[in-house]
Design a protein around this ligand. Structure first.
Ligand SMILES: C[S@@+](CC[C@H](N)C(=O)[O-])C[C@H]1O[C@@H](n2cnc3c(N)ncnc32)[C@H](O)[C@@H]1O
Length: 282
């Protein structure tokens, strides 16, 4: 498992710093967490689990991995990279947390991009997801990224130790994020905007709800908000992956899912809202 020396991981049970001893991370109070042979550590104690297998299932992760690796959301990854680069230009070192990283696509792309921009800059990357299958898949990437199973409700990082938290299509808790961020640190949220996958939603749902992103978070200023909008064309098997990797598979009525199965291909709008929040500097 890759562990950057400047990454300040803490024990999820008592908040004490974690240090590596052979194949474990341990705190001074004797709590130990095994480093899995796949190259990640599980820092989600049973007390913080609301179900036996929280987060996305293995099937969802496999489908998302196939979909993302095919490049359909590459412009989304590029936009994220652009934002991170603009927020950190001139910084000699940065710590990034991808909260709800899934199978690691965005964080891995971001690290590669930042390394191309500057080989000397120290970039500390932590990818965290509540789903064990997601983190097992992410750890296969072999990048210089630390992958942990953990929850956005209580990220296992030292208070005020992170420069940027990324939350891509995830479940954010801005109060918790504020504690993990250094003063003046940033949160980048990417969420589905009103036209996102609209053509698919029009087929599977009898009526369409519009997205209503919350705008104000205490302790943060909204620095920027921008929409990325483009079109992709998916064949039947990729449409099946898309359905599987989103909540639509569970929410959609049977008749809607059958209608999607009958399609041979579909043009779809990708419409993503990026928002950048800055934590108050005090
Ligand atoms: C829609 S997926 C997005 C994954 C990834 N960010 C991406 O865009 O490819 C949402 C992810 O959030 C994870 N998740 C759900 N609840 C979480 C929590 N409380 N803490 C951390 N991750 C969580 C799920 O397991 C899933 O991987």
């Amino acid at each position: 498992m890759y562990l950057h020396p400047n990454l300040a991981l803490i024990c999820p049970l008592d908040g004490k710093p974690l240090a590596r001893y052979e194949d474990q991370l341990s705190c001074d109070n004797g709590h130990s967490f095994d480093i899995a042979r796949q190259g990640y550590v599980n820092l989600l104690p049973v007390q913080q689990k609301k179900s036996k297998q929280p987060g996305d299932s293995k099937e969802m992760i496999i489908a998302r991995h196939r979909f993302l690796e095919a490049g359909y959301y590459l412009p989304v990854a590029d936009k994220l990279n652009e934002i991170v680069a603009s927020l950190t230009a001139g910084d000699s070192g940065i710590t990034l947390l991808d909260a709800g990283c899934g199978e690691g696509y965005y964080l891995a792309h971001c690290l590669q991009f930042l390394k191309c921009l500057s080989v000397t800059r120290d970039v500390v990357c932590l990818g965290m997801d509540i789903s064990k299958p997601a983190i097992i898949a992410a750890a296969k990437r072999k990048d210089e990224i630390t992958w942990v199973v953990g929850t956005n409700k209580s990220p296992p990082v030292e208070i005020q130790s992170v420069d940027i938290i990324i939350c891509m299509f995830g479940f954010y808790d801005m109060d918790v994020f504020a504690k993990a961020l250094k003063p003046g640190g940033y949160v980048i949220l990417a969420d589905a905007d009103n036209e996102h996958l609209l053509e698919l939603r029009q087929i599977i749902y009898p009526y369409i709800k519009s997205a209503s992103a919350r705008r104000d978070f205490s302790g943060f200023d909204l620095l920027s908000s921008l929409s990325l909008n483009y079109t992709i064309r998916l064949d039947q098997s990729t449409l099946a992956d898309l359905l599987l990797m989103t909540p639509h598979l569970y929410r959609a009525p049977k008749v809607g899912k059958e209608a999607v199965k009958a399609l041979s291909a579909l043009n779809l709008t990708v419409d993503v809202l990026f928002r950048v929040f800055q934590c108050h500097k005090t």
